[in-house]
Design a protein around this ligand. Structure first.
Ligand code: GP9
Ligand code: MN
Length: 634
């Protein structure tokens, strides 16, 4: 044996260094954090330390080496689990876990295949620091008995830890002013304060939002109401009530982005049926329409369309605020004699749908129990879209009319797998299997819409319906930028490109209208509620909604994304840079500033309504505020 004598706190030092190094390596290998300069790199390197020093430092309060070591093992294991959970989540959602999402365990259960798809045996490396620590404890000779830590040492240690926190926050503040007050973006938070601190911050914000509801008294609503009233777009008299009494069939097209529409993949047409609708005499096709979803993905797009409000910047509003008071499109249609329902062959609890649909006033949810699902007719997440359409129209045939049915498709969902018999075009040939398969599942989705139309015609429902279709959110995340660049024939995908790639198609198909056209108004999912209600002759002028009727002369070309980016007819704001939309070149921030300000206001008003559950203070019928709110106005 060598005569080397290990210093007294070697184990602590090893634990700190191992977890620190591991975390920095994980940042670089498992997340796609855009690092633009040396300062950002420095912040990324030091940010795990500011938390680890504190967490591991608590061990210095224990009296024996044994209890100190046990504590270190426990903390390092917990931290490794937290980090690994984020890695797994990131692989799937390209985002970091939020406290709110942790309560969505039912969703994680249902991921099934996808989970197996995203974890692998080599993931044991994410626990490398725990292993190093265990080895160190085993092989480094221990001092037995009670060995308290000197107070001065402890004091010096915690002064150093504090200094680390301030250094971290200070650098983050210079690099990203107002980070903690404005943060819309989890990636920025992780980049600047680190994953572990980010979770503490998130827990703090969540508790704050529960407190917000308790404290809200409706007075906030006065300001929001004024803004909404002042920004209302007048209805287009010609279009208002033009299709009164028709059934409304909405199809949310899973993960469908606009870049495949009227586009080919290695000579193959990807969406022949939808392409035919883009110049159809009965279809309004919106080619500059965007999803506005956040972490809640499909559920957010449902939320936005039903409420004409944004989802939340953190977690999925379907989960966090399922019990709020809402004034949805469904509720309004219900009041106007419609039978309202959602058709989606998945467990009712997924995305907490069963609960929030009650709050939305939806009459019936045709979930997986209403469908005949077996091995032959399902793939990937469940029932294939073609049999789904057939069975859905069967269900519609027995419905009271007029009805409003929302159909949510499923086959074109990550990981985009199909059975041999359903493959209609070959895979693409990029380095991303995800993008390669995406074209095939999109092709299948397109075919299922053709089926829907055919079945509706057969059933006799077609002529008296309006069929609205839109993509719910992106399917191809920024993790596949290289492959996307190859497909689009670009050198790289910039922040500007990424923003425009958030475009999803919107079709409003009105059989027999002979009114079809291509509309290039920059618009988003938030505009659906007023647009559709107006077409059906239902007033919304008293409603607390942030979108505007797409057929109104006053509809503005301005789409706000949930993360604060936006698109207008001549500007794109992304990555905190203002771009000229025609050239794609950077332009002075002044051009974007007024829109930046308004985006922040609108996102904040939307959050206020949801967090404070403010619609409980609002009289939907008269558009008046309830007594509490009125008193605050005086
Ligand atoms: C689940 C389906 C998919 O029922 O709507 O949700 P997503 O993962 O796309 O948000
Ligand atoms: Mn979806």
């Amino acid at each position: 044996m060598s005569s080397f004598k290990w210093p007294k706190h070697s184990i602590l030092a090893i634990a700190i260094i191992a977890t620190w190094l591991k975390t920095v390596i994980v940042y670089h290998t498992s997340f796609e954090l855009d690092i633009e300069n040396a300062m950002q790199e420095l912040i990324l390197i030091i940010n795990p330390l500011s938390f680890i020093l504190f967490a591991y430092g608590i061990s210095l309060f224990f009296k024996t080496t044994k209890t100190r070591n046990r504590f270190l093992i426990a903390v390092s294991t917990i931290l490794a689990i937290v980090l690994y959970a984020n890695v797994g989540f990131y692989r799937f959602y390209n985002d970091f876990i939020t406290f709110a999402v942790l309560f969505q365990t039912s969703n994680f259960g249902d991921l099934g295949n996808s989970v197996a798809d995203i974890i692998s045996i080599t993931d044991i490396l994410y626990f490398a620091d725990v292993i190093v620590l265990l080895l160190a404890i085993k092989f480094i000779p221990k001092v037995q008995g009670i060995t308290p830590v000197r107070i001065e040492l402890r004091r010096a240690y915690f002064i150093l830890s504090m200094a680390m926190v301030f250094l971290n926050l200070g650098l983050a503040e210079t690099e990203r002013p107002e980070l903690l007050t404005r943060a819309f973006d989890r990636e920025l938070l992780v980049k600047n304060i680190g994953t572990y601190n980010y979770h503490l911050y998130d827990i703090y914000v969540q508790s704050k939002s529960s407190a917000q509801r308790a404290l809200a008294d409706g007075s906030e609503l006065v300001e929001v109401d004024n803004y909404v009233q002042a920004n209302q777009a007048t209805v287009n008299e010609e279009m208002f009530g033009k299709y009164k009494g028709r059934n409304l069939i909405i199809v949310q097209l899973e993960s469908l982005q606009s870049f495949v529409i009227n586009n080919k993949m290695n000579g193959e047409v990807v969406t022949p049926f939808l392409n035919s609708l883009t110049n159809d005499k009965d279809t309004y096709y919106f080619n500059d329409f965007y999803h506005q979803t956040g972490l809640g993905k499909t559920s957010d797009s449902e939320f936005i369309a039903e409420n004409s409000l944004f989802g939340l910047g953190r977690g999925a509003v379907f989960f966090t605020h399922g019990g709020n008071t809402y004034n949805t499109m469904s509720e309004k249609l219900g009041e106007n004699g419609y039978f309202t329902n959602v058709m989606h062959s998945n467990n009712a609890s997924f995305w907490n749908r069963n609960e929030i649909y009650e709050s939305f006033g939806i009459d019936q949810f045709y979930d997986i129990e209403s469908y005949d699902v077996n091995d032959e007719n399902s793939v990937n997440w469940g029932l294939k879209d073609i049999p789904f359409m057939e069975q859905s129209v069967d269900l519609m045939t027995g419905m009271h009319q007029p009805f409003y049915s929302k159909l949510i498709t499923l086959t074109n969902h990550y990981p985009f797998t199909l059975e041999e018999e359903d493959i209609m075009i070959p895979e693409y040939n990029s380095n991303s299997g995800t993008l390669n398969r995406y074209f095939q599942t999109v092709r299948y989705l397109d075919e299922s819409i053709k089926t829907l139309f055919d079945e509706l015609k057969k059933s006799g429902l077609y002529d008296n319906s309006i069929i609205v279709m839109y993509g719910d959110h992106y399917g191809i995340s920024e993790n596949h930028n290289k492959a996307m660049a190859m497909y689009l024939g670009k050198e790289e995908i910039t922040a500007y490109d990424s923003a425009l790639l958030q475009s999803v198609p919107l079709f409003i198909h009105v059989p027999g209208s002979d009114d079809g056209e291509v509309i290039d108004e920059a618009s988003g999912q938030i505009d659906l509620r007023p647009t559709l209600l107006h077409l059906l002759g239902i007033e919304t002028s008293n409603d607390m909604q942030l979108g505007a009727d797409l057929f109104s002369e006053e509809h503005e070309d301005f789409v706000i994304f949930r993360d604060g980016r936006f698109v207008t007819d001549d500007l794109v704001y992304a990555g905190e840079v203002c771009y000229n939309r025609d050239t794609g070149e950077e332009t002075g921030i002044e051009a974007c500033q007024p829109y930046i300000d308004r985006s922040l206001v609108e996102l904040e008003y939307s959050d206020e309504i949801i967090n404070g559950d403010l619609l409980r203070f609002y009289d939907e019928e008269t558009g008046n505020l309830h007594q509490d709110a009125l008193e605050a106005k005086e």
